[in-house]
Design a protein around this ligand. Sequence first.
Ligand code: DX5
Ligand code: ZN
Length: 221
Amino acid sequence: MSDCLIAPSILSADFARLGEEVDNVIAAGADWVHFDVMDNHYVPNLTIGPMVCQALRKHGVTAPIDVHLMVEPVDRIVPDFAEAGASIISFHPEASRHVHRTIQLIKSHGCKAGLVLNPATPVDILDWVLEDLDLVLLMSVNPGFGGQAFIPSALDKLRAVRKKIDALGKPIHLEIDGGVKADNIAQAAAAGADAFVAGSAIFNAPGGTRQAYAEVIGKMR
Ligand code: DX5
Ligand code: ZN
């Protein structure tokens, strides 16, 4: 792991060859596997669940699996993901009736806990839970789909959250998700992000080979 964590979102991977795709991005230098869970309820799309997470572990994936839950309700799926081998579990406050309780639930299952802020969600919610979190995930697109354009106001939000994390002085990751590419990642890093989700920018690299992924990840670094 390095200071600047690259987390390819497997939402844009070839699902028919998922194990191979994950092996390839990890061999290409990725740090985390970003695992987007969508329920066609909290967000208008349907993706993958704990069984797929477990299958990746069974396949031999040892890298941290960074689970981004876009599901409502959240709590009943948390134990299943912990058991399936999730490392970090992040959720949206709008999808949990008791945000503090969900954070404790995730931690009680041995996972790191993250809170996800949508583009229109105020940062104030962090004031009463930040010290319990391991990660803040800022959305730079509206959740639900890969391949959308980066919303520029996310940069100001990154700066605001970075200030809060630094003031607290705890090693909490600040991750940015949505529309991150080689040509805007430096701006996100300068604004305070230290973990970067990238789906289409990595998996749509021409050829879709390990070498192609390594080239994009190298450019991002
Ligand atoms: C959106 C997901 C993102 C998305 C990123 O709801 O949370 O992780 O897959 O994809 P790109 O990098 O293509 O915007
Ligand atoms: Zn995501």
